[in-house]
Ligand binder design. Structure first.
Ligand SMILES: [Zn+2]
Length: 283
């Protein structure tokens, strides 16, 4: 997963795609979220139960509908809607509990072979339990993702993984000495590089991989005097720690994406290099 306890990175096959120069051009797209044309995607849920048809009790129509509602509340802000077209239960002791993210890929391959994967929809696979992660997106620019059963009910993970599908990166895990996002937000400054580094979104603050003890979980603020590669002290508003794509602590519940992230999402849908989004659209 992405913002929970324990081992928690997301993994992707096509990570490099999001870093190809020019792939993030937004010059042809509106800058006002309200000006984007409405787009609706089908979404379909697959839930794994044990072969005696027990377990994964959270995988219910009611909880699935509530999860889609959460997605719509968030993504409607950039005129994206999700249309639930159904769900199906798969009896499988093998995929009921996935130990490690590589098992997710093996599961997807098996589902593809068995016809349990729709090209006309986003596919959300829900195992009862994952070990070492809470959710996963198969690829950037993709429509295949997974969450563990508890995250059908808990908000945050599904929204986060859909963000990855739409080419959003973590806001605070891409900084390193070769790709160092400056704290500076003045585009006229020689130190400004927010559009070309980090998560490639200028209106998310520069961040880094926080240690849990650096975050005050009651106020969701960062207690740190750490500096970026250029010597500027990180300035992280609490909204940054509540961004769906920030890896922080579970206590800081997520409630937002920025305009810049929404524009990057719409850019990804426009680019759609594999036609996955086009295939999943209903309008
Ligand atoms: Zn993630």
């Amino acid at each position: 997963m992405c913002f929970a306890q324990g081992s928690d990175e997301c993994s992707f096959q096509n990570k490099q795609i999001s870093q190809i120069p020019g792939k993030n051009s937004i010059t042809k797209l509106p800058q006002n979220l309200a000006d984007f044309e409405p787009v609706t995607f089908n979404i379909y849920f697959w839930g794994f139960r044990l072969e005696d048809n027990t377990g994964n009790v959270a995988f219910t129509q009611e909880n699935i509908e509530a999860a889609v509602e959460r997605l719509n509340t968030l993504y409607n802000q950039c005129n994206i809607s999700f249309n639930l077209i159904g769900h199906n239960v798969i009896l499988s002791n093998e995929f009921y509990h996935l130990e490690g993210r590589h098992r997710f890929r093996e599961m997807v391959a098996a589902m593809r072979a068995e016809g349990n994967l729709r090209t006309d929809a986003f596919n959300v696979y829900v195992s009862n339990e994952y070990s070492g992660f809470a959710g996963i997106a198969l690829d950037y620019y993709g429509t295949i993702l997974g969450i563990s059963s508890i995250n059908l009910i808990s908000s945050g993970t599904l929204e986060h993984e859909v963000g990855h599908c739409f080419n959003l990166l973590h806001t605070n895990e891409t900084n390193n000495t070769l790709n160092c996002e400056s704290v500076v937000r003045d585009p006229n400054s020689q130190y400004f590089n927010a559009d070309l580094t980090g998560d490639f979104v200028a209106d998310t603050a520069a961040g880094y991989k926080f240690e849990p003890e650096e975050i005050d979980a009651t106020t969701c603020t960062l207690n740190s005097s750490k500096k970026d590669c250029y010597g500027f002290t990180y300035k992280v508003p609490s909204s940054f720690l509540r961004n769906y794509m920030t890896i922080s602590v579970p206590e800081c519940s997520k409630d937002q994406l920025t305009n810049g992230q929404f524009i990057r999402i719409r850019n990804a849908i426009e680019l759609d290099p594999f036609d996955h989004f086009q295939n999943a659209r209903i309008d």
